[in-house]
Design a protein around this ligand. Structure first.
Ligand code: MLT
Length: 408
């Protein structure tokens, strides 16, 4: 008889954003007259930059003629895109990454879930707590996380690195040495960042202990402060310990179009094997490449016009972040994030649990956010709002929240 992968049964409940979707849809169905404002999942709301749209239109036309038609894309991505990524995201920042160290994909979510496949099931992973749930869930599915401990809300074999108000919502180097360390800066969900010199300590630690850092840089376009690194490869020695994930979703609005890339330097070797060659093998076996039209569209952000359009998009969302941060602070909330990141992290009022506050906000002011406990045990008592809404909706949501009297 067929047996299933029983590791899936260890996952508690449904995926965080599916659960939120279910609750919101149920409320909306029962209250069709209410205007619900969604600041939960970090999905963008503004249209794609015109340079992207124009380039995608041209690419569509190319598909209409046999001289320019394209079939399967190259496994690891088209050179025109990999070269531009190297030039703009790395060389301009002084990072020594070459085009053949870049793997183009359909987004950072898939890559962050899939990358664990190239590591043995016995590796110990370390994650920030709170954390983007994909890192943990994908390791649970692979049988690497141990058992779920209900009363603690965590997995027995995962090293959780608490990120609290006291640590500025950044992790500290773990005492128990992990084999794989997931880091995400600017951070989802807290919006926290670390400086280049702090990140250097992680790189030195990983090189010293032989660990690998999986560095999620999906939100780097939101960085405003000079001492915050855009890439882990700005640190010395990162090319021998780090894999980096990038997304076109949050900077250029590709959440529905799907494009991202993963960087694995050729110098990154563990267990005597190049991780670059393992990921190349995996990628070419299981993946047929992001669509030509999408890769063409993505390449448009690496032009003068594209760069300024992306800056304008990011500025648009950062205006929301400032409005949320300012409005909630003035109303007495304890808030952080929102300075180098599109996420605002706030303490729930009146000692409410994260899910209680979620239900309360949904019902009382019809605003959707994300309960902090959905990101891990240290997220309990916190709540995340995204800056990815429209200006109008964001302002209305903040005004509704501050006008509702909570005991802060
Ligand atoms: C989030 O809300 O945390 C993000 O949208 C998740 C993602 O990018 O997959």
């Amino acid at each position: 008889m067929t047996r299933i992968n029983r590791n899936y049964l260890k996952l508690p409940g449904s995926y965080l954003f599916s659960e939120i979707g279910k609750r919101v849809n149920a409320y909306a169905a029962a209250n069709p007259d209410k205007k619900i404002i969604r600041l939960g999942i970090g999905d963008v709301t503004q249209p794609l930059p015109s340079s992207v749209i124009d380039t995608m239109h041209e690419a569509v036309d190319e598909m209409a003629h046999k001289e320019t038609f394209k079939g399967y894309a190259p496994d690891l991505g088209y050179d025109f895109l990999r070269n531009s990524i190297t030039e703009y995201d790395y060389k301009k920042r002084g990072c020594n990454i070459s085009a053949d160290e870049i793997f183009v994909s359909d987004g950072a979510k898939c890559d962050s879930g899939n990358i664990q496949e190239i590591f043995d099931a016995d590796n110990r992973i370390a994650v920030c707590d709170p954390v983007y749930p994909v890192y943990v869930d994908s390791n649970v599915m692979a049988g690497r996380a141990g058992d779920y401990i209900e009363e603690k809300g965590c997995f027995s074999d995962v090293i959780y690195m608490p990120c609290t108000e006291e640590t500025g919502f950044a992790p500290t180097l773990p005492k128990e040495v992990p084999d794989i360390i997931y880091l995400c800066f600017p951070n989802n969900p807290t919006g926290a960042t670390i400086t280049r010199s702090e990140l250097q300590k992680w790189v030195d630690y990983a090189n010293d202990k032989g660990s690998v850092i999986i560095y999620d840089a999906a939100y780097e376009a939101y960085i405003r402060q000079d001492d915050v690194p855009h890439s882990i490869y700005e640190c010395d020695g990162a090319d021998t310990c780090a894999i980096e994930l990038h997304s076109f979703s949050k900077n250029a609005g590709f959440t529905g179009v799907r494009l991202g890339y993963t960087t694995i330097p050729k110098k990154l070797v563990r267990d005597g094997v190049s991780l670059h060659s393992l990921w190349a093998r995996r990628h070419s076996t299981k993946y047929n490449g992001a669509p030509y039209i999408v890769q063409k569209g993505g390449s448009a952000i690496y032009t003068e016009k594209g760069q300024s359009e992306v800056r304008a998009l990011v500025d648009y969302y950062m205006e929301n972040a400032a409005y949320i941060l300012d409005g909630l602070k003035k109303a007495g909330y304890s808030v952080s994030g929102g300075v180098n990141a599109p996420y605002i992290w706030l303490k729930t009022p009146e000692g409410m649990t994260s899910w209680d506050f979620f239900d309360h906000l949904l019902k009382e002011v019809n605003v959707v956010g994300t309960p902090g406990s959905g990101f891990g045990p240290h997220g309990e008592g916190y709540f995340r709002l995204t800056a990815f809404g429209s200006h109008e909706n964001t302002r209305e949501a903040v005004d509704r929240i501050v006008n509702f009297s909570y005991n802060l």
